[in-house]
Design a protein. Sequence first.
Length: 345
Amino acid sequence: MAIDRVINSESMNAQEETFNTSLRPTQLAECIGQENIKEKLSIAMSAAKKRGEPLDHTLFYGPPGLGKTTLAHVIANEMGAKIRTTSGPALVKQGDVMGLLSNINTGDILFIDEIHRLSTPVEEFIYPAMEDFRVDFTVDSGMHAKTINFPLKQFTLIGATTRAGLLSAPMRGRFGMLYHMEFYSSQELATILVRSANLLNLPCDNGTLELIASRSRGTPRVANRLLKRVRDYAQVKGKGKLTEDIVTSALTMERIDELGLDELDRSFLRAIANIYNGGPAGIEALAATLGEEKDTLEDVVEPYLLQIGFIRRTKRGREITKAACQHLSIKLKLTEQQDFDEELY
């Protein structure tokens, strides 16, 4: 059975999406973190506005919850353009794309989330739209079929993906700017939480937001979600103010440890350690063992565990590290080959 996650940075219900949208910055100067990307975007947008041209097509890629959608809306606001949003799975046939492209005006932005999930026919239909701002749209079928060359107004396509490796080379090559989103530092997350707490009129003791930030897995979406859960706990169990005891109790109740690991993370690590004797273990086998989707483990669980050095990816599969074993107080009975591999690292 799948494990419910309070820190899941991927799926959100409508209420949580509204909550995060209300905290979303609207100007580049309000964005915290990703300094290198912000500097490059600022230069690109200033140059485009001076030339009176739309911004070049842009691709953001990286783990979920790091601000790809937020940056797309910030770009639209900075460029004074309208943004139309959709997702790869929603664009099933060419007509779906045609409906969007035909209503786009000069300088507008088309944002496609999870762009790696576009079907091949839809992806190939978009190629001439990105390069030449035209599409060849086929109407009718069979012997009555005919192709109409439909000119488009110049627009900017912004794509977001958690799995850039699944993008085809032709699609990736048509983006003029590609930016990899990195995890945030605890200090950056604390600054984000200060802004969020001010917007929510939430009183906090010194050090409480830093405590939440340290357990937010380097992800702003997780940080804001934890802030919401701690705020609820403070209103019910306390006096509505965040204190160190309130924050610690709330995070303990949610079973989030001092490194930000939740029950799914720990189950993932224990499965490698106890069931597969430390690894290597294939991702399909781990997904079946935990009752989770393989994509969830690859996109949501593994990036952070790799970042903090708790697992290794090898040709043979996933392996747990000594640091993870020490954190979970696990003792492995290593084979001679595993002892040799450990010495290599």
